[in-house]
Design a protein around this ligand. Structure first.
Ligand SMILES: [Zn+2]
Length: 134
């Protein structure tokens, strides 16, 4: 995604494109990927950015709330920010800490339970945790 595409995206989601937010967005949205807040912070620092840790976390929270990025929660201490925002499935490797997309058509459900009365389906997303075979 180009800089001008990112600007448009932030504007569409009513997020003021401050220089710091643009820096965070450019790291995460440059290509389809899953990054933790720490990984984003490392990349910014490696590129010579002075954006603070608090700003990175606040920005990612805001992007998550506004639907600019998708939050993928693995457990209470592990969260990824996904540049692909539609509902989709993932593999999470416990040994390597890597998160990878599963193609939509690779998961087929035979049967899903009836939804609780008075509810509508919001999304169905599968997280398959794997370990390295050895
Ligand atoms: Zn994903």
């Amino acid at each position: 995604m180009s800089r001008s595409d990112i600007l448009d995206l932030l504007n569409e989601h009513h997020v003021l494109p401050t220089p710091q937010r643009m820096e965070v967005a450019e790291v995460l949205l440059s290509r389809p990927q899953h990054l933790s807040a720490e990984q984003i912070l490392e990349r910014l620092k490696a590129a010579g950015s002075r954006v603070s840790k608090a700003t990175v976390y606040n920005t990612l929270n805001l992007f998550g709330e506004r639907g600019i990025v998708k939050e993928v929660v693995i457990d209470p201490v592990r969260k990824f920010y996904d540049s692909t925002t539609h509902a989709h499935h993932h593999f999470y490797n416990i040994d390597t800490g890597e998160l990878a997309d599963i193609p939509d058509d690779a998961v087929i459900f035979n049967q899903l339970p009836p939804l609780p009365e008075g509810t509508l389906e919001a999304s169905v997303e599968v997280l398959i945790k794997v370990r390295n075979a050895r």
